[in-house]
Design a protein around this ligand. Structure first.
Ligand code: HEM
Length: 145
């Protein structure tokens, strides 16, 4: 009996196309979110390399992070279209809606961070962007079920 239940309720493998779709989404999330942690961690060292070093590193990171962001949006849309919406609960829809708001805040925060000239404003937008990105990731895991 135990074996039967385990067979019915146990883990199962995702299909080939779902593996591709989710792997691309998660890979892009590792670059967008993980990259922010790495840059923050390297910043004290980068500052020691010269006054213009942080800006140079930030713009080099932008060449990786923005494609990752747009890949998140594209594969996220693909995720959304792949889901059976007739059976989505209202809490799923609500969490998905909050995640979409966080994705916009994450993108706006990162963008305004690059445009701000005052260090305090720049830091504030970086913080907002990073926190929203982490929250979007957590809610992504929640809606994936
Ligand atoms: C900052 C941007 C984003 C991050 C960090 C992020 C992160 C994640 C993560 C980590 C998962 C869980 C994957 C898993 O456990 O298998 C996920 C799932 C999901 N994401 Fe995103 N995501 C982002 C943007 C988006 C966007 C823009 C959309 C929609 C347009 C979206 C739609 C979804 C959907 C529908 C799922 C569930 C997929 C499924 O159950 O098959 N995501 N996301």
């Amino acid at each position: 009996m135990h074996t039967t239940l385990a067979t019915l309720d146990g883990p199962s493998l995702a299909g080939g196309l779902s593996v591709l779709r989710l792997s691309l989404h998660v890979l892009a999330a590792t670059v967008w979110v993980g990259g922010q942690f790495v840059i923050a961690g390297l910043l004290p060292t980068v500052r020691g390399l010269g006054d213009s070093a942080p800006r140079q590193i930030a713009s080099a990171f932008g060449r990786l992070s923005w494609p990752a962001y747009w890949l998140l949006v594209a594969t996220g849309l693909w995720n959304y279209l792949a889901i059976d919406h007739a059976h989505a609960t209202s809490s799923w829809n609500m969490v998905f809606g909050i995640k979409m708001m966080l994705v916009v805040i994450a993108g706006l925060g990162a963008f305004l961070h690059t445009k701000a000239s005052k260090p305090s404003t720049r830091g504030m937008f970086a913080g907002i962007g990073t926190l929203a990105s982490i929250a979007a990731l957590v809610l992504g895991v929640a809606i994936a079920g």
